[in-house]
Design a protein around this ligand. Structure first.
Ligand code: PMP
Length: 419
Protein backbone atom coordinates (compact mmCIF):
# COMPACT_ATOMS: atom_id res chain seq x y z
CA UNK A 1 0.00 0.00 0.00
CA UNK A 2 2.60 2.54 1.19
CA UNK A 3 4.65 2.59 -1.99
CA UNK A 4 1.61 3.79 -3.93
CA UNK A 5 1.36 6.96 -1.85
CA UNK A 6 3.33 10.01 -2.87
CA UNK A 7 5.99 11.47 -0.62
CA UNK A 8 3.85 14.40 0.47
CA UNK A 9 1.11 12.11 1.78
CA UNK A 10 3.60 9.85 3.52
CA UNK A 11 5.30 12.81 5.18
CA UNK A 12 1.92 14.04 6.32
CA UNK A 13 1.01 10.69 7.81
CA UNK A 14 4.33 10.44 9.61
CA UNK A 15 3.25 13.38 11.65
CA UNK A 16 3.70 17.06 11.31
CA UNK A 17 5.26 17.57 14.73
CA UNK A 18 8.59 18.03 12.97
CA UNK A 19 7.02 20.55 10.62
CA UNK A 20 8.42 23.90 11.73
CA UNK A 21 5.78 26.15 10.18
CA UNK A 22 2.82 24.31 11.72
CA UNK A 23 4.27 24.68 15.18
CA UNK A 24 4.55 28.43 14.67
CA UNK A 25 0.85 28.74 13.76
CA UNK A 26 -1.47 28.00 16.65
CA UNK A 27 -4.56 30.04 15.84
CA UNK A 28 -6.39 27.48 13.71
CA UNK A 29 -6.24 23.71 13.80
CA UNK A 30 -4.60 23.18 10.40
CA UNK A 31 -6.74 21.46 7.79
CA UNK A 32 -5.18 18.87 5.49
CA UNK A 33 -4.75 21.52 2.79
CA UNK A 34 -3.03 23.86 5.22
CA UNK A 35 -0.79 21.07 6.50
CA UNK A 36 0.14 20.20 2.91
CA UNK A 37 0.90 23.84 2.22
CA UNK A 38 3.10 24.12 5.34
CA UNK A 39 4.91 20.96 4.34
CA UNK A 40 5.47 22.21 0.82
CA UNK A 41 6.82 25.48 2.27
CA UNK A 42 9.21 23.68 4.56
CA UNK A 43 10.42 21.62 1.63
CA UNK A 44 10.92 24.81 -0.38
CA UNK A 45 8.33 23.65 -2.91
CA UNK A 46 5.36 25.93 -2.21
CA UNK A 47 4.05 26.84 -5.68
CA UNK A 48 1.26 29.38 -5.08
CA UNK A 49 0.90 33.19 -5.06
CA UNK A 50 3.96 33.70 -7.26
CA UNK A 51 3.93 37.32 -8.46
CA UNK A 52 4.17 38.32 -12.09
CA UNK A 53 5.87 41.62 -12.78
CA UNK A 54 4.56 42.32 -16.26
CA UNK A 55 1.78 41.77 -18.75
CA UNK A 56 0.40 38.26 -19.14
CA UNK A 57 1.77 37.65 -22.62
CA UNK A 58 3.52 34.60 -24.09
CA UNK A 59 6.54 35.59 -22.01
CA UNK A 60 6.34 37.44 -18.72
CA UNK A 61 8.62 38.57 -15.94
CA UNK A 62 8.84 36.39 -12.82
CA UNK A 63 11.55 36.67 -10.16
CA UNK A 64 13.43 39.09 -12.42
CA UNK A 65 13.62 36.50 -15.19
CA UNK A 66 11.91 36.35 -18.58
CA UNK A 67 9.59 33.35 -18.28
CA UNK A 68 7.53 31.50 -20.87
CA UNK A 69 3.93 31.70 -19.67
CA UNK A 70 2.15 28.35 -19.98
CA UNK A 71 -0.04 28.86 -16.94
CA UNK A 72 -2.63 31.46 -17.90
CA UNK A 73 -6.15 31.33 -19.30
CA UNK A 74 -5.33 34.05 -21.81
CA UNK A 75 -6.27 31.68 -24.66
CA UNK A 76 -6.84 34.32 -27.34
CA UNK A 77 -3.82 36.34 -26.29
CA UNK A 78 -5.89 39.47 -25.63
CA UNK A 79 -4.43 40.41 -22.22
CA UNK A 80 -1.82 42.59 -23.87
CA UNK A 81 -3.51 43.21 -27.22
CA UNK A 82 -2.92 46.85 -28.25
CA UNK A 83 -6.61 47.48 -29.05
CA UNK A 84 -7.66 46.14 -25.65
CA UNK A 85 -5.15 48.36 -23.86
CA UNK A 86 -6.22 51.43 -25.85
CA UNK A 87 -9.88 50.68 -25.14
CA UNK A 88 -9.12 50.42 -21.44
CA UNK A 89 -7.26 53.72 -21.40
CA UNK A 90 -10.14 55.52 -23.12
CA UNK A 91 -12.74 54.03 -20.75
CA UNK A 92 -10.64 54.95 -17.75
CA UNK A 93 -10.44 58.56 -18.92
CA UNK A 94 -14.15 58.76 -19.68
CA UNK A 95 -15.67 56.84 -16.76
CA UNK A 96 -12.98 56.86 -14.04
CA UNK A 97 -11.97 53.88 -11.97
CA UNK A 98 -15.07 52.24 -10.54
CA UNK A 99 -18.85 52.37 -10.23
CA UNK A 100 -18.91 52.29 -6.38
CA UNK A 101 -22.21 50.46 -6.28
CA UNK A 102 -24.21 47.49 -7.48
CA UNK A 103 -25.96 47.16 -10.81
CA UNK A 104 -29.24 47.26 -8.95
CA UNK A 105 -28.80 50.80 -7.64
CA UNK A 106 -26.06 53.24 -8.65
CA UNK A 107 -23.64 50.89 -10.45
CA UNK A 108 -25.16 50.52 -13.92
CA UNK A 109 -23.34 52.23 -16.80
CA UNK A 110 -24.42 52.57 -20.40
CA UNK A 111 -21.40 50.29 -21.02
CA UNK A 112 -23.00 47.46 -19.01
CA UNK A 113 -26.17 47.68 -21.06
CA UNK A 114 -24.14 47.76 -24.29
CA UNK A 115 -22.14 44.72 -23.20
CA UNK A 116 -25.31 42.81 -22.27
CA UNK A 117 -26.97 43.63 -25.60
CA UNK A 118 -23.88 42.49 -27.47
CA UNK A 119 -23.55 39.30 -25.42
CA UNK A 120 -27.18 38.38 -26.09
CA UNK A 121 -26.63 38.88 -29.83
CA UNK A 122 -23.29 37.04 -29.81
CA UNK A 123 -24.84 33.98 -28.18
CA UNK A 124 -28.14 34.32 -29.99
CA UNK A 125 -30.14 34.52 -26.77
CA UNK A 126 -32.84 36.96 -25.73
CA UNK A 127 -31.06 38.56 -22.83
CA UNK A 128 -27.84 38.77 -20.82
CA UNK A 129 -26.71 39.87 -17.38
CA UNK A 130 -23.17 40.82 -16.29
CA UNK A 131 -21.75 40.00 -12.89
CA UNK A 132 -18.48 41.20 -11.39
CA UNK A 133 -16.80 37.78 -11.67
CA UNK A 134 -17.57 34.40 -13.20
CA UNK A 135 -17.70 32.99 -9.68
CA UNK A 136 -20.47 35.47 -8.84
CA UNK A 137 -22.28 34.65 -12.09
CA UNK A 138 -22.53 30.99 -11.09
CA UNK A 139 -23.34 31.69 -7.43
CA UNK A 140 -26.06 34.19 -8.29
CA UNK A 141 -27.49 32.30 -11.23
CA UNK A 142 -27.71 28.84 -9.71
CA UNK A 143 -28.88 29.97 -6.29
CA UNK A 144 -31.12 32.66 -7.77
CA UNK A 145 -32.94 30.50 -10.30
CA UNK A 146 -33.69 27.53 -8.03
CA UNK A 147 -36.24 27.24 -5.22
CA UNK A 148 -36.60 24.76 -2.37
CA UNK A 149 -38.69 22.44 -4.52
CA UNK A 150 -36.05 22.22 -7.26
CA UNK A 151 -33.42 19.55 -7.84
CA UNK A 152 -29.99 20.34 -9.32
CA UNK A 153 -27.98 17.57 -10.97
CA UNK A 154 -24.29 18.41 -11.18
CA UNK A 155 -21.18 16.72 -12.65
CA UNK A 156 -18.77 15.76 -9.84
CA UNK A 157 -15.89 17.64 -11.51
CA UNK A 158 -17.79 20.90 -11.95
CA UNK A 159 -16.01 24.11 -11.05
CA UNK A 160 -16.05 25.31 -7.42
CA UNK A 161 -18.33 28.21 -8.39
CA UNK A 162 -21.01 25.74 -9.53
CA UNK A 163 -20.57 23.63 -6.41
CA UNK A 164 -20.91 26.73 -4.25
CA UNK A 165 -23.90 27.95 -6.27
CA UNK A 166 -25.56 24.61 -5.51
CA UNK A 167 -24.66 24.97 -1.83
CA UNK A 168 -26.24 28.42 -1.72
CA UNK A 169 -29.39 27.18 -3.43
CA UNK A 170 -32.42 26.16 -1.38
CA UNK A 171 -32.87 23.29 -3.85
CA UNK A 172 -31.49 19.78 -3.43
CA UNK A 173 -28.26 18.90 -5.24
CA UNK A 174 -27.45 15.47 -6.70
CA UNK A 175 -23.98 14.73 -8.07
CA UNK A 176 -23.34 12.35 -10.98
CA UNK A 177 -20.03 10.68 -11.79
CA UNK A 178 -17.80 12.81 -13.97
CA UNK A 179 -18.73 12.61 -17.64
CA UNK A 180 -20.74 9.42 -17.00
CA UNK A 181 -23.98 9.63 -18.98
CA UNK A 182 -25.36 6.39 -17.51
CA UNK A 183 -24.94 7.82 -14.05
CA UNK A 184 -26.56 11.09 -15.11
CA UNK A 185 -29.51 9.09 -16.42
CA UNK A 186 -29.69 7.09 -13.19
CA UNK A 187 -29.78 10.30 -11.12
CA UNK A 188 -32.39 11.91 -13.36
CA UNK A 189 -34.58 8.82 -13.14
CA UNK A 190 -34.41 8.95 -9.35
CA UNK A 191 -35.82 12.50 -9.14
CA UNK A 192 -39.40 13.01 -7.99
CA UNK A 193 -41.98 14.07 -10.54
CA UNK A 194 -42.89 17.75 -10.48
CA UNK A 195 -40.65 20.65 -9.38
CA UNK A 196 -38.07 22.19 -11.61
CA UNK A 197 -35.02 20.05 -12.29
CA UNK A 198 -31.75 21.50 -13.56
CA UNK A 199 -28.66 19.80 -14.98
CA UNK A 200 -25.50 21.85 -14.66
CA UNK A 201 -22.09 21.20 -16.16
CA UNK A 202 -18.87 22.85 -17.22
CA UNK A 203 -18.61 23.02 -21.03
CA UNK A 204 -14.85 22.45 -20.95
CA UNK A 205 -13.56 21.06 -17.65
CA UNK A 206 -10.88 23.42 -16.49
CA UNK A 207 -8.11 21.16 -15.20
CA UNK A 208 -8.02 18.50 -17.87
CA UNK A 209 -9.43 20.56 -20.72
CA UNK A 210 -12.06 18.00 -21.61
CA UNK A 211 -15.29 18.79 -23.44
CA UNK A 212 -18.57 17.72 -21.80
CA UNK A 213 -20.98 15.52 -23.79
CA UNK A 214 -23.34 18.44 -24.18
CA UNK A 215 -25.77 17.02 -26.80
CA UNK A 216 -26.29 13.85 -24.73
CA UNK A 217 -26.68 15.87 -21.53
CA UNK A 218 -29.36 18.00 -23.22
CA UNK A 219 -31.11 14.91 -24.58
CA UNK A 220 -31.20 13.21 -21.16
CA UNK A 221 -32.27 16.40 -19.41
CA UNK A 222 -35.10 17.02 -21.87
CA UNK A 223 -36.27 13.43 -21.61
CA UNK A 224 -36.60 13.88 -17.85
CA UNK A 225 -38.10 17.35 -18.00
CA UNK A 226 -34.97 19.09 -16.73
CA UNK A 227 -33.44 22.38 -17.85
CA UNK A 228 -29.77 22.80 -18.67
CA UNK A 229 -27.14 25.25 -17.42
CA UNK A 230 -23.71 25.22 -19.10
CA UNK A 231 -20.75 27.10 -17.66
CA UNK A 232 -18.51 27.61 -20.67
CA UNK A 233 -15.75 29.62 -19.00
CA UNK A 234 -13.03 27.68 -20.83
CA UNK A 235 -14.72 27.14 -24.20
CA UNK A 236 -15.79 30.65 -25.19
CA UNK A 237 -13.44 32.64 -27.42
CA UNK A 238 -11.86 29.90 -29.49
CA UNK A 239 -14.59 27.25 -30.08
CA UNK A 240 -17.47 27.63 -32.55
CA UNK A 241 -17.66 29.72 -35.71
CA UNK A 242 -17.08 33.01 -33.89
CA UNK A 243 -15.96 31.90 -30.46
CA UNK A 244 -19.41 31.13 -29.03
CA UNK A 245 -17.87 28.14 -27.26
CA UNK A 246 -18.89 24.52 -26.75
CA UNK A 247 -22.60 25.12 -27.34
CA UNK A 248 -21.80 26.89 -30.62
CA UNK A 249 -19.54 24.01 -31.60
CA UNK A 250 -22.40 21.54 -31.13
CA UNK A 251 -24.94 23.98 -32.55
CA UNK A 252 -27.16 23.57 -29.50
CA UNK A 253 -27.24 27.10 -28.10
CA UNK A 254 -31.03 27.25 -28.52
CA UNK A 255 -31.43 24.14 -26.34
CA UNK A 256 -29.34 25.44 -23.44
CA UNK A 257 -31.51 27.27 -20.95
CA UNK A 258 -28.75 29.26 -19.27
CA UNK A 259 -25.20 29.77 -20.46
CA UNK A 260 -22.80 31.22 -17.91
CA UNK A 261 -19.29 32.43 -18.56
CA UNK A 262 -16.45 34.56 -17.36
CA UNK A 263 -14.52 37.50 -18.73
CA UNK A 264 -11.39 36.29 -16.92
CA UNK A 265 -10.16 33.84 -19.57
CA UNK A 266 -10.38 34.40 -23.36
CA UNK A 267 -11.79 37.91 -22.75
CA UNK A 268 -8.67 38.71 -20.67
CA UNK A 269 -10.67 40.96 -18.30
CA UNK A 270 -12.58 40.35 -15.10
CA UNK A 271 -16.31 39.78 -14.78
CA UNK A 272 -18.88 37.13 -15.59
CA UNK A 273 -22.25 36.72 -17.23
CA UNK A 274 -25.36 34.67 -17.81
CA UNK A 275 -27.31 34.62 -21.06
CA UNK A 276 -30.80 33.16 -21.26
CA UNK A 277 -34.42 34.01 -22.03
CA UNK A 278 -35.71 37.44 -21.06
CA UNK A 279 -37.87 35.81 -18.39
CA UNK A 280 -34.90 34.09 -16.72
CA UNK A 281 -32.67 37.17 -16.85
CA UNK A 282 -35.45 39.34 -15.44
CA UNK A 283 -35.87 36.84 -12.61
CA UNK A 284 -32.11 36.84 -11.92
CA UNK A 285 -32.03 40.64 -11.79
CA UNK A 286 -34.25 40.36 -8.71
CA UNK A 287 -32.94 37.15 -7.16
CA UNK A 288 -29.20 36.88 -7.85
CA UNK A 289 -27.73 38.10 -4.57
CA UNK A 290 -24.16 38.19 -5.88
CA UNK A 291 -25.43 40.75 -8.43
CA UNK A 292 -27.70 42.81 -6.21
CA UNK A 293 -25.37 43.05 -3.21
CA UNK A 294 -22.01 43.50 -4.91
CA UNK A 295 -20.49 46.35 -6.92
CA UNK A 296 -20.70 46.18 -10.69
CA UNK A 297 -17.95 45.42 -13.23
CA UNK A 298 -15.56 48.39 -13.43
CA UNK A 299 -15.80 50.55 -16.57
CA UNK A 300 -12.37 49.62 -17.93
CA UNK A 301 -13.20 45.93 -17.79
CA UNK A 302 -16.67 46.43 -19.26
CA UNK A 303 -15.28 48.38 -22.21
CA UNK A 304 -12.53 45.79 -22.72
CA UNK A 305 -15.04 42.91 -22.62
CA UNK A 306 -17.01 44.64 -25.39
CA UNK A 307 -13.78 45.00 -27.38
CA UNK A 308 -12.89 41.34 -26.79
CA UNK A 309 -16.28 40.24 -28.20
CA UNK A 310 -15.58 42.34 -31.29
CA UNK A 311 -12.12 40.75 -31.66
CA UNK A 312 -13.51 37.21 -31.22
CA UNK A 313 -16.02 37.90 -33.95
CA UNK A 314 -13.53 39.10 -36.51
CA UNK A 315 -10.31 37.23 -35.65
CA UNK A 316 -10.63 33.76 -37.10
CA UNK A 317 -6.84 33.66 -37.17
CA UNK A 318 -6.44 33.84 -33.39
CA UNK A 319 -9.06 31.14 -32.89
CA UNK A 320 -7.26 28.78 -35.25
CA UNK A 321 -3.80 29.66 -33.99
CA UNK A 322 -4.43 28.79 -30.35
CA UNK A 323 -5.52 25.29 -31.37
CA UNK A 324 -2.56 24.90 -33.74
CA UNK A 325 -0.23 25.99 -30.92
CA UNK A 326 -1.83 23.57 -28.47
CA UNK A 327 -1.63 20.72 -31.03
CA UNK A 328 2.06 21.39 -31.73
CA UNK A 329 2.85 21.66 -28.04
CA UNK A 330 0.95 18.46 -27.17
CA UNK A 331 2.74 16.54 -29.94
CA UNK A 332 6.08 17.80 -28.65
CA UNK A 333 5.29 16.93 -25.04
CA UNK A 334 4.30 13.38 -25.99
CA UNK A 335 7.34 12.97 -28.27
CA UNK A 336 9.62 13.85 -25.35
CA UNK A 337 8.01 11.05 -23.36
CA UNK A 338 5.48 12.74 -21.06
CA UNK A 339 1.92 11.47 -20.60
CA UNK A 340 -0.90 13.88 -21.35
CA UNK A 341 -4.63 13.60 -20.65
CA UNK A 342 -6.57 12.40 -23.73
CA UNK A 343 -9.18 14.91 -24.91
CA UNK A 344 -12.42 14.52 -26.85
CA UNK A 345 -11.49 17.53 -28.97
CA UNK A 346 -8.24 19.47 -28.83
CA UNK A 347 -8.36 22.49 -26.52
CA UNK A 348 -5.67 25.02 -25.51
CA UNK A 349 -5.29 23.15 -22.19
CA UNK A 350 -2.51 20.52 -22.24
CA UNK A 351 -2.23 18.71 -18.88
CA UNK A 352 1.09 16.91 -18.36
CA UNK A 353 0.64 13.99 -15.97
CA UNK A 354 3.44 13.56 -13.44
CA UNK A 355 1.53 11.23 -11.07
CA UNK A 356 3.49 11.77 -7.85
CA UNK A 357 2.66 15.07 -6.13
CA UNK A 358 6.14 15.51 -4.65
CA UNK A 359 7.83 14.96 -8.01
CA UNK A 360 5.33 17.31 -9.66
CA UNK A 361 6.08 20.12 -7.16
CA UNK A 362 9.84 19.63 -7.60
CA UNK A 363 9.41 19.64 -11.35
CA UNK A 364 7.27 22.78 -11.18
CA UNK A 365 9.91 24.58 -9.11
CA UNK A 366 12.76 23.58 -11.42
CA UNK A 367 10.75 24.59 -14.48
CA UNK A 368 10.17 28.04 -13.02
CA UNK A 369 13.87 28.41 -12.21
CA UNK A 370 14.60 27.46 -15.83
CA UNK A 371 12.12 30.06 -17.15
CA UNK A 372 8.88 28.11 -17.71
CA UNK A 373 5.66 28.81 -15.79
CA UNK A 374 3.11 25.99 -15.40
CA UNK A 375 0.21 25.37 -12.98
CA UNK A 376 0.67 22.61 -10.40
CA UNK A 377 -2.49 20.56 -9.80
CA UNK A 378 -2.84 17.97 -7.05
CA UNK A 379 -5.67 15.51 -6.34
CA UNK A 380 -8.61 15.86 -5.88
CA UNK A 381 -8.54 18.69 -8.46
CA UNK A 382 -7.28 16.02 -10.90
CA UNK A 383 -7.08 12.25 -10.46
CA UNK A 384 -3.23 12.32 -10.56
CA UNK A 385 -0.80 15.16 -9.87
CA UNK A 386 -0.22 17.08 -13.08
CA UNK A 387 1.20 20.25 -14.53
CA UNK A 388 -1.60 22.14 -16.22
CA UNK A 389 -0.25 23.99 -19.21
CA UNK A 390 -2.28 26.15 -21.55
CA UNK A 391 -1.44 27.85 -24.80
CA UNK A 392 -2.21 31.30 -26.15
CA UNK A 393 -2.92 32.25 -29.74
CA UNK A 394 0.06 34.59 -29.49
CA UNK A 395 2.68 32.01 -28.52
CA UNK A 396 5.22 31.65 -31.33
CA UNK A 397 6.73 28.37 -32.48
CA UNK A 398 9.94 29.55 -30.77
CA UNK A 399 8.07 29.91 -27.44
CA UNK A 400 6.78 26.37 -27.91
CA UNK A 401 10.17 24.94 -28.90
CA UNK A 402 11.90 26.68 -25.99
CA UNK A 403 9.22 25.39 -23.58
CA UNK A 404 9.70 21.84 -24.88
CA UNK A 405 13.48 22.09 -24.53
CA UNK A 406 13.09 23.23 -20.89
CA UNK A 407 10.55 20.50 -20.16
CA UNK A 408 12.85 17.82 -21.55
CA UNK A 409 15.94 19.09 -19.72
CA UNK A 410 14.15 19.52 -16.39
CA UNK A 411 12.18 16.28 -16.79
CA UNK A 412 15.45 14.35 -17.09
CA UNK A 413 17.12 16.23 -14.24
CA UNK A 414 14.19 15.53 -11.91
CA UNK A 415 13.98 11.87 -12.93
CA UNK A 416 10.50 12.24 -14.44
CA UNK A 417 11.84 11.39 -17.88
CA UNK A 418 14.34 8.64 -18.60
CA UNK A 419 17.88 9.43 -19.71
N1 PMP B 1 -16.21 28.64 -14.07
C1 PMP B 1 -15.11 27.96 -14.41
C2 PMP B 1 -15.26 26.66 -15.15
C3 PMP B 1 -13.85 28.46 -14.08
O1 PMP B 1 -12.75 27.78 -14.42
C4 PMP B 1 -13.76 29.69 -13.40
C5 PMP B 1 -12.43 30.32 -13.03
N2 PMP B 1 -11.39 29.50 -12.83
C6 PMP B 1 -14.93 30.35 -13.06
C7 PMP B 1 -16.15 29.81 -13.42
C8 PMP B 1 -14.90 31.64 -12.29
O2 PMP B 1 -14.51 32.68 -13.08
P1 PMP B 1 -13.94 34.05 -12.50
O3 PMP B 1 -12.45 33.93 -12.54
O4 PMP B 1 -14.44 35.07 -13.44
O5 PMP B 1 -14.47 34.20 -11.12
Amino acid sequence: MTEKKDKLTIALEQGLESNKSVIKHKMFAPTTQVQMAFLAKDMGLYPYFIPNFGQIGPRTLINGKETIMLGSNNYMGLANHPEMIQTGIEALKKYGTGCTGSRFLNGTLDLHIELEDKLAKFFNKESALCFSTGMQANLGTIAGITTKDDHIVSDENNHASIIDGCRLSYGKTHVYKHDDMDDLERVLESLPAGGNHWVVTDGIFSMEGNLAQIPRIIELARHHGARVIIDDAHGIGYLGDHGEGSCGLFNVMDQVDILTGTFSKSFACIGGFSVASEEIIHHLKHHARSLIYSASMPPVMTACAIKALEIFYREDGLRKQVLINAGNFRKGVEAIGFRTVPQRIPTPIVPIIIGDAFKMLKMNKSLLAAGLYTNPVVPPAAPEALLRTSLMATHTQKDIDDALEILQRVGKKEGVLEG
